[in-house]
Design a protein around this ligand. Structure first.
Ligand code: PDD
Length: 283
């Protein structure tokens, strides 16, 4: 039985009921966060908590217990017997249930806080040989730095990618490659590791931030500067990052083969660095 969390209570997921007046349901008026559990610890839970609080602040949503995120996540792991497994915790906070008005409710409304844990495969072999990704125009809003639950362009992009046999959809805004539907993207171009600079056009990924730290430590030349579509024909390597998938090599972008079609040296080095860090954190 899957035990989930709703507004202070842990209960079987199928018993959870959310009002049809919930502003998350009516307006996608809410934010979310996803972090990964590695059989004993959450990876960089501090960054996920900081980003959760930032997302809440940016949409002027007050959840006084935001600091309970880690303890309730730990509880979900325990209650679902996931202690020695790999898992993800998802949390969503919405502006609560109130009669439908576009502006915020006229009276104080308790936010709706929903969270669940889900088991993930223990070893990540899937995708390690490289995945194909589809490039599409970025039709999203200009506050992609907020981890909003309003993900329709991401959903439509990912669906189209799936239907065409690609594993992720990557967006380009005015020709500049921003990020994926649920990942950040890195390229190696002329020997330099490139990824879109932090801005309102991308989510500041926790994995992105840690990969940048590892790349700097390993002495890899790095530029936080968006790559233009026109530069794609000259890239040597590409990979995407996110909390659940970590680092996934990309070997095909639309019809362009990346490098020699196999994960390159920089990508492989960073995958090893990431794995080594996880191993060092295991107690
Ligand atoms: N998504 N960009 C977007 C649009 C994302 O949705 C995500 C993560 C990332 C990577 O962020 P991080 O490294 O902090 O996971 C970048 C999560 C995994 C999701 O929606 O399920």
């Amino acid at each position: 039985m899957n035990i989930a969390y709703l507004n202070g209570n842990f209960l079987p997921k199928e018993e959870i009921k959310i009002s049809p007046d919930d502003r998350g349901f009516l307006f996608a008026d809410g934010i979310y966060e996803v972090m990964k559990w590695y059989g004993g610890f959450f990876y960089d839970s501090q960054s996920h908590t900081t980003r959760l609080k930032r997302s809440l602040r940016e949409i002027q949503l007050k959840w006084d217990e935001a600091d309970t995120f880690i303890s309730l996540s730990n509880e979900l792991i325990k209650l679902n017997s996931l202690n020695d497994k790999n898992a993800m915790v998802y949390i969503q906070v919405t502006r609560g249930a109130a009669p439908r008005t576009h502006h915020f409710p006229d009276y104080p409304v308790r936010p709706t806080v929903y969270a669940f844990a889900k088991e993930l495969p223990t070893s990540k072999e899937q995708g390690l040989a490289g995945i194909g990704i589809m490039l599409k125009e970025d039709i999203r809003w200009t506050r992609c730095d907020i981890k909003s639950v309003s993900l329709l362009p991401n959903v439509l992009g990912m669906q189209e990618a799936n239907e065409n046999g690609f594993a992720e959809c990557i967006f380009a805004r005015n020709g500049f490659i921003t990020e994926g539907s649920h990942s950040n993207i890195f390229f190696v171009h002329n020997g330099i590791l490139r990824t879109h600079q932090e801005s309102e056009f991308i989510l500041s990924g926790v994995t992105r931030k840690n990969v940048i730290r590892m790349a700097k430590k390993a002495g890899i030349p790095l530029k936080e500067e968006a790559l233009h579509e026109k530069e794609l024909i000259n890239i040597e390597e590409a990979f995407i990052t996110n909390s659940t998938g970590e680092i996934t090599p990309v070997n095909l972008i639309n019809e362009i083969t990346v490098g020699n079609g196999f994960p390159g040296a920089v990508t492989s080095l960073l995958i090893n660095e990431f794995r080594a860090e996880i191993a060092s954190l295991k107690v």
